[in-house]
Design a protein. Structure first.
Length: 184
């Protein structure tokens, strides 16, 4: 019986030690919780834009004293101050620039126009004229709205204001202006 009691005592001690050891490991396991997160991505068609028509102010001549101003509307209309605008059958009829847009159907995009004047340089010279106050008309929106939706606004027109100093030399002036679009 002594051997059996001794064996029983050792088993009890071993059991108590295992319980104590297991209890002391429990906080270590609980101190390192784990979690997971979902990864999600949606690939969409990239935005693309192409110029459909260049901006054309037409042929103009100064008509009075002071600075001449020609405002080219997004619909190709012209309003002038101190300028005689003349349309020509040689292709110099005033027209807004037009751009086409494609991308993810239904997605919104924003049009970015120049915020500073753009210089036109006289062909064969260094003289310049300034074009400023760029305006936009998206296909389904009122003029001035810069946010469109693919599917309903797949094109937009851009107009601007040309300023001609009274002493400007006659000739042909050309330049380019940047337009960009981005998904919202």
């Amino acid at each position: 019986m002594i051997v059996t009691n001794h064996l029983m005592n050792n088993i009890q001690r071993l059991t108590i030690a295992l319980v104590a050891l297991t209890g002391s490991l429990s906080p270590l396991i609980a101190a390192n919780p784990a979690a997971s997160a979902t990864i999600d991505v949606e690939l969409v068609a990239p935005l693309s834009m192409a110029k459909s028509a260049d901006m054309q102010f037409g042929r103009v001549s100064m008509g009075g004293a002071g600075t001449g101003i020609l405002v080219l509307g997004v619909d190709g209309s012209v309003q002038t101050t101190n300028i005689y605008a003349s349309q020509s059958s040689s292709g110099a009829t005033p027209a807004a620039a037009v751009f086409s847009v494609s991308g993810l159907d239904g997605a919104n995009y924003t049009v970015l126009l120049p915020s500073s004047p753009v210089a036109l340089t006289k062909v064969g010279s260094t003289e310049t004229l300034n074009v400023s106050d760029f305006t936009v008309k998206l296909a389904s929106k009122v003029a001035g709205t810069l946010i469109g939706a693919i599917g309903s606004d797949n094109s937009f027109a851009v107009g601007a204001t040309l300023t001609i100093p009274q002493t400007q030399t006659e000739g042909r002036y050309q330049g380019t202006f940047p337009v960009s679009i981005s998904y919202n």
